[in-house]
Design a protein around this ligand. Structure first.
Ligand code: UD1
Length: 418
């Protein structure tokens, strides 16, 4: 088990390149099942979740190789249509394999993802969407068995713009006869990236980025080559780190438009933000100022995946900041750990009130989940003294060598094996 040891209180300076988006690469890896061919994916981060998706593809019969940031998937031969329970447990978003497996094999079998550190993780919207397309879905004893004889395009109206359900519906719809319209679709940039990839395989998909996506079922036969978009949550995380510590940091190879809600809160907090093409420069003098309430919303609203990191910034800001978590029920588990560092935060249901301006001090804490863990790293960098952050495996799911990136920016952070 490894821990991150941080000696805080240093400003950050320098530049880092943002990697490919975890939440884009996962559905696109699943989508490689569709074209029974060769898929070359560039800009794939080397993360635990990506490794889990690759293991699922290999289990199914694909040949997968990685050379640096390029992953090649040959999906010519598929031997199975099940995802083993161990891999489902490792990564709950493995449910994204449901749509492509049904499209390719006409059936799929996996265990239900169950709850996770963010609270219950239902997949009712995914399954309802598949049923609309003519898939028979049986759920019993924690297993889901899907079968499709004839799939027909229909209108799917999502009661909530779920990212995963939109992706599963898009992927399954490629195998339907006729036209599928996904109404109230998620609008996240990762959905646009998936559309881009699917088009390269020959699929007819349009509308991503808006609330209605149209898929005309048919052939997806072409070999593909695709570059994954930059990770907007990694971008947000390193911006928050620079803001909380003070300093002068430039993030290169990012997509500034995708983090507009995050940079506007950081500007309000007193950071100077300069955008030039695909880079963002952030200059901050401590202390930050408190900001107007942050409400997490589906894209283009403020991302729930950046809420915890922004809360770490709020702890270092003068004044009171308020957060409203509207996406997940249980996304304040980092609060207890931030309090160990001296943060003053009160939580009531979906609301968290942060009284900033109280100096943070180093402490021994544990990552509660991926983004909560990133928030602890940010708080530890901003705190005086030494912190030890345990359960780093959560952080490794979404950040490649976080300690190396932050060290390059001048942070005193190292990984120790306990
Ligand atoms: C994706 C992201 C995750 C991000 C989330 C919200 C990936 C791999 N993960 O997760 O990092 O935090 O979007 O931006 O891309 N819901 C239901 N029924 C369903 C599906 C979802 O009730 O069938 C609820 C969820 O419990 C949650 C909300 O809808 O409260 C949003 O979930 P969703 O958009 O589906 O998130 P994920 O796709 O799981």
């Amino acid at each position: 088990m490894s821990v991150l040891v941080v000696n805080g209180g240093r400003p950050l300076a320098g530049s880092v390149a943002v990697r490919g988006a975890k939440n884009s690469v996962l559905p696109i890896l699943a989508a490689t099942l569709l074209n029974a061919g060769r898929n070359v994916l560039h800009n794939c981060p080397d993360l635990r979740d990506v490794e889990s998706a690759i293991r699922i593809l290999r289990h199914l019969g694909c040949r997968v190789t990685r050379e640096g940031e390029t992953v090649t998937v040959d999906s010519s031969v598929i031997e199975r249509w099940d995802v083993p329970d161990a891999l489902m447990r490792e990564m709950r978003s493995s449910v994204i394999f449901l749509g492509p497996l049904i499209a390719r094999c006409g059936r799929a079998c996996m265990t239900t993802p169950g709850g996770c550190e963010l609270g219950p993780r239902p997949i009712d919207l995914h399954l309802d969407a598949l049923r609309r397309l003519g898939v028979s879905v049986e759920e019993a004893g924690g297993r889901i068995v899907c079968e499709a004889r004839h799939m027909e395009g229909r209108d799917i109206i999502l009661s909530f713009p779920s990212v995963g359900a939109t992706e599963n519906a898009m992927l399954a719809a490629t195998a339907c006869s006729g036209v599928t319209r996904i109404i109230n679709a998620a609008r996240e940039p990762e959905i646009c990236d998936l559309q881009e990839f699917l088009r390269k395989t020959g699929a007819s998909v349009s509308g991503a980025g808006g609330s209605e996506i149209v898929v005309v079922g048919g052939s997806t036969r072409h070999d593909t080559e695709h570059r994954i978009i930059p990770d907007r949550i990694e971008t947000a995380t390193y911006l928050c780190a620079a803001a909380a510590c003070g300093g002068d940091v430039t993030l290169c190879g990012c997509e500034p438009e995708h983090v507009g809600t995050v940079t506007s809160v950081l500007s309000e907090a007193g950071c100077e933000i300069d955008i030039a093409g695909r880079s963002i420069r952030l200059r901050a003098d401590r202390p930050l100022r408190a900001f107007a309430p942050v409400r997490t919303m589906p894209y283009p609203g403020f991302p729930t995946d950046a809420q915890a990191q922004m809360m770490a910034c709020a702890c270092t800001a003068q004044g009171t900041s308020i957060f409203l978590e509207n996406i997940f029920e249980n996304r304040y588990r980092h609060v207890g750990e931030l309090s160990r560092m001296g943060a003053r935060i009160r939580v009531s249901g979906r609301v968290a009130v942060v009284e900033g301006g109280v100096p943070l001090h180093g402490a021994s804490v544990r990552s509660t989940d991926l983004r909560g863990g990133a928030a602890l790293v940010i708080a530890a960098l901003a705190a005086e003294g030494e912190s030890r952050i345990g359960d780093v495996h959560h952080i490794d799911r979404g950040y490649q060598s976080i300690e190396c990136v932050l060290s390059r920016l001048g942070a005193d952070i190292r990984r120790e094996n306990e």
